[in-house]
Design a binder for this molecule. Structure first.
Ligand SMILES: [Zn+2]
Length: 180
């Protein structure tokens, strides 16, 4: 491969990244699939084809086929065909991959972002004596008024990814994006 071909290949990947930056999550249109951590990679495969790697948020998430369609549509519209969309399940998606910007956008949208990080790869603190009992999750703050006085109404909200909470102070119900 000569230098000119390499430059062309890089330009296509750059263009694909720009285009995919604009693809929103089907369920939460204020954040992009890149910001949610669903878009894992845009690369040149070994056979030279443009390859986009996506990881579903929750297994069996019905939005996943929609996301693949949206990715394909965006790439087609930008004239980036041929390409390949790879779905990878390992490592599994985690709410830790949601960018800080996206957490702010979720809050502004009325969805409480996940509190803390799952930190699945981090070692458990040595001072925690009973490691097999899950630590109760802190109640999320109300995304509207910021109050910490919230209560859970249901384990599942508008989707399985979210729990339904209510703010005790402003009385508004809201979705909480559960740490995962
Ligand atoms: Zn409130």
């Amino acid at each position: 491969m000569n230098a000119t071909m390499t430059a062309t290949a890089d330009a296509a990947i750059e263009r694909a990244r720009e285009v995919l930056e604009q693809v929103p999550d089907p369920e939460i249109p204020v954040v992009s699939i890149r910001e949610l951590g669903i878009l894992r990679d845009v690369r040149r495969a070994d056979d030279g084809q443009l390859e986009v790697v996506i990881t579903p948020t929750y297994s069996g998430c019905p939005a996943m086929s929609q996301i693949a369609e949206d990715v394909a549509h965006a790439l087609d519209a930008a004239g980036l065909a041929p390409y390949r969309i790879e779905t990878t399940l390992s490592p599994a998606w985690t709410t830790d991959w949601i960018t800080d910007d996206a957490r702010e956008k979720l809050r502004a949208y009325g969805i409480a972002p996940p509190t803390g990080r799952c930190g699945t790869t981090a070692a458990a603190p040595a001072e925690r004596p009973i490691a097999f009992i899950p630590k109760p999750l802190a109640a999320p703050a109300c995304p509207r008024c910021g109050s910490a006085h919230t209560e859970r109404l249901a384990q599942f909200g508008s989707t399985a990814c979210k729990a339904l909470y209510r703010c005790i102070d402003c009385r508004e119900p809201f979705d909480y994006f559960k740490p995962y």
